[in-house]
Structure formats: structure tokens, C-alpha cells
Write a protein of this length. Structure first.
Length: 86
């Protein structure tokens, strides 16, 4: 099963990604993987609509407790990412 959460990025996040020469959603996904071990795919690889950003998550039947732990990590990462670039 796939999920495609939408993400809204600040101008500061866009500038940081541009400085690195990558798409903002790509930077988000790389940072998420490096900081949490959660592997996602940036929406820019799927031809997302201009001006929108998302990433793809895949759920491969995991115990509910493992999924809850993963979503808690994702929530923590997301909050810290947006705090960093606010």
C-alpha cells in the first residue's frame, strides 16, 4: 500500500535545497532517511504538480506497533525539519 503525504516547505527550505542542488522534497527525504532510517521517495520523481510537494511511503504489512513507532519517528522528524527551516 502506498501513501503520498503532501508537504509544504518554507522559502528557507527551498533555498537550502537549491544551495545543495537538489529538489526540496528530495532533501526532505534524504534528511529523513539519514536521521530516522525511514526510506521514502520524493514526489518530484513522479511528476508531481508544479508548486506542490509530497513523498511516497510504502507500507509492507508490519505489526501495528511497528507502524506506530515509524509514524512517531516521522512526526518527530517532520516537526524538527520545519522548525529548522522556519
Amino acid at each position: 500500500m502506498y501513501g503520498f503525504p503532501r508537504v509544504h516547505f518554507s522559502d528557507k527550505a527551498h533555498a537550502a535545497a537549491a544551495e545543495k542542488g537538489i529538489a526540496t522534497d528530495g532533501m526532505y527525504c534524504l534528511d529523513m532517511c539519514n536521521e530516522t532510517g525511514i526510506l521514502t521517495v520524493p514526489g518530484s520523481g513522479f511528476g508531481q504538480a508544479e508548486g506542490s510537494h509530497h513523498f511516497r511511503m510504502t507500507n509492507l504489512v508490519a505489526p501495528t506497533s511497528a507502524m506506530i513507532d515509524t509514524l512517531d519517528l516521522l512526526k518527530k522528524f517532520n516537526t524538527e525539519f520545519h522548525d529548522k527551516y522556519s
